[in-house]
Design a protein around this ligand. Sequence first.
Ligand code: ZN
Length: 228
Amino acid sequence: MREQPWHFRRITHEHELWFSNLRDIHALSSGWLAFAKLAPSKLDAILATELGRLMDDTLPEDVLGRLEARIWAEQARAWQDAARARATGSKDLDTAGALLLERSHDEGERVGARDWAHAFAAKPATLEQAFAALTGSAIAGRPGPAAFLICRSVENELEADLLRCPHSACADPSLRERADSLCAAHLGWMKGYVRALNRGLAFDSRSARAGAAGHAQGRCGIRLTYLN
Ligand SMILES: [Zn+2]
């Protein structure tokens, strides 16, 4: 293990925010497991503690990076286990997947309401405000680097590509097998999140399908428009 001077290992607000985002991402997996009546993840206890207690003598970003990789791996497994547990036969796997997508949407809506209900109680978020909230949400992952690339922005419409989604963020090749399902779940989460901020916004998405080698063909993206 590489030792670092203590002043390099100081936990900053950005680290705490990243840790908080990881908790919200993991809550998605926990929700699927609970829905399928499966045993909770061991990560629940780790994420319930304070970030400071997880520190070793490596840098906070290294600790968080390793934790993030573990959460991704766990999420891929949680999806597979929950889908299989809910399906009564192989033909029902699609139905079970659709139910998990519904859970993902509801979880995004719960987090969106938790974070923003107070701010937009009197007046729903505008399209710009909803997108800004999304770029700072847990689904954007590590704070700082942009998670979205705006492709088109006019008064009533905004289109953006996802720069980090399960198709590109799964470093482990074995996880890429689940990238299509996980990305659909994350897009469902985003849809629920935006709905919590303004029910008058339409959220459409396109998901790149993983190719034979596991690499996504093109980028996934989202589109926000006003319903009226
Ligand atoms: Zn994707």
